[in-house]
Design a protein around this ligand. Structure first.
Ligand code: FAD
Length: 319
């Protein structure tokens, strides 16, 4: 059985959803050990066990929360010396990227970033990595172990497998050499009500919304549906909405139950970030827009009229 590590990313005491998505695939590939570092690691261990981790290595030293990447890198390298895995999975998130890059350099191996999938074939791990904006997918295989793969969030669906993990405390001390870059401030974007990546319904607006003044129409619809608002890069680049709302190749990947693309043409750089949505609805005045080809339901017409009418109908139904 291959030995797989999953880096269980914690953010201010909370286990990140990506970590559980990785668990779903990791347990199909071998025996999974998760590494959880910082505040909340002990609480996260129970969840990781339910999702298939046989062992959770943890340490709740404050340094993991206060300093960037180096304490986590040192802890992983320390653990590696005591039992090397065949494959290490990280989420392709800003924090995990920092750790994975440093760890690869430390271990003298490469890493495969931005993967959409990873599988085992003939004893080797093969990662699928989209390129040309998702139009093509490359199969990548590392020629040295451990294979380090960073997987895009929402590539797998998290699911419980039952079971519980053995807890192993990492008996290491984080020294001053690991504490060179301190996190001085954390800023939470006030605009995000329901987190875009976690929302069950996502309503994204594109250039067809006509301007930033019309985005509140999408907020109203999102409120009526309990969803979150996303955007195309065109409108982010135009400064209508912040980058944190961008969906697509250079933005976030989402996988909601329902994705409503409003005034979005459906360029592949956008669709690569939302095509895993269960139901896709497009509202576009152009019946020939590329998004219409992938939509389960296409509504042809002026978004500025359709969206408020839809919101009003939803509110009327709720009473
Ligand atoms: C390297 C690279 C990375 C990129 N990364 C991303 C990314 O992460 N995310 C992303 O989104 N894009 C990305 N892009 C940009 C992408 O190629 C497209 O340019 C962009 O997605 C287009 O945005 P849009 O659909 O809002 O605008 P447009 O393509 O201009 O489409 C606007 C749509 O609105 C419709 N419309 C107009 N008026 C109305 C109306 N009143 N009612 C209804 N519909 C209307 C039009 O028919 C049209 O289909 C990237 C590009 C490159 C080169």
């Amino acid at each position: 059985m291959a030995k797989i590590w999953v880096y269980a990313e914690l953010h201010q005491g909370k286990l990140q959803p990506t970590s559980l998505e990785l668990m779903a695939r990791a347990r199909e590939l071998g025996d999974v050990e998760a590494i959880a570092l910082g505040a909340g690691a002990r609480a996260a261990a129970a969840t990781l066990g339910k999702h298939g981790a046989k062992v959770v290595h943890l340490n709740e030293d404050q340094a993991f929360d206060d300093f960037i990447a180096e304490p986590a890198t040192d802890a992983l390298a320390w653990l590696y010396q005591r039992g090397a895995p065949d494959l290490i999975l990280f989420g392709f998130t800003p924090d995990s990227r920092e750790v994975a890059g440093r760890l690869a350099a430390r271990l003298g191996v490469g890493l495969i970033a931005n993967a959409g999938d990873v599988a085992a074939t003939d004893g080797a791990f093969i990662a699928q990595v989209p390129y040309f904006g998702g139009a093509k997918v490359a199969s990548m295989r590392a020629n040295r172990k451990p294979v380090i793969v960073l997987v895009r969030p929402k590539s797998f669906e998290a699911s419980e497998a039952g079971g519980s993990a053995d807890i192993k405390e990492l008996a290491l001390a984080i020294g001053d050499s690991s504490k060179r870059a301190r996190i001085t401030e954390r800023v939470v974007e006030a605009s995000e009500k329901v987190k875009l990546e976690d929302a069950k319904v996502v309503i994204s607006g594109g250039r067809g919304m006509g301007g930033p003044a019309n985005f509140p129409l999408l907020e109203d619809l999102a409120d009526a549906l309990g969803g979150a608002v996303g955007a195309s890069r065109a409108v982010v680049d135009a400064g209508w909405v912040p980058y944190s709302m961008q969906v697509g190749q250079t933005g976030k990947s989402v996988r909601p139950g329902v994705y409503i693309a409003v005034g979005i043409s459906g360029a592949m750089q956008h669709t690569v970030g939302m095509k895993a949505s269960k139901v896709i609805i497009a509202i576009n005045k152009d019946a020939e827009a590329p998004i219409m080809k992938m939509a389960d339901l296409g509504v042809v017409g002026d978004a500025l009229k359709i969206v408020p009418a839809l919101t009003a109908a939803l509110k009327a139904r709720k009473g």
